[in-house]
Design a protein around this ligand. Sequence first.
Ligand SMILES: [Fe+2]
Length: 161
Amino acid sequence: MRDQLIPLDRHYDADKLLEIYNELPKAHQIIVTGKDASTPTPVTPYADKDSDDHGVLLNIFKDSYLEDVYNDIAKDYTIGKTRFWTMDRSRRAYSYHTDFTKRLHIPLATNDNAFFILEDYQTEHMPVLGQLYELDTTRLHSAVNLSQDDNPRIHLVFGII
Ligand SMILES: [Fe+2]
């Protein structure tokens, strides 16, 4: 395993997180954090316009399992912009790019044909649902979901600042 993507020895309940996800409006990116907890809507069509440091958990997720996960990760990281991030037939790939911050990923649904392209052009998959992975997104990367059967790839993605 190369050093750009590191599986961490930390696991969460992917089914419980998916239950929360399934209650939300559908969008490629559903924000979980904002500038403050009262940010009214969990969905922004262009979530990348939110600042990377907008890491306050939204009120709608208070007292949920998602808050437990957030608090557990916050023990060791300063959390920034955090989203449920879906890739499917309507959004199969992102440009090959760098971000300002590293990211933590928790895969909630995936398939063998969803993977990252890393700095060295090699590919890497996050196979274990519920496991925490650290990805150095300040280095070149892309994500793709090439599932022929239109299986979505759903990750909970934390910016870390
Ligand atoms: Fe990225």
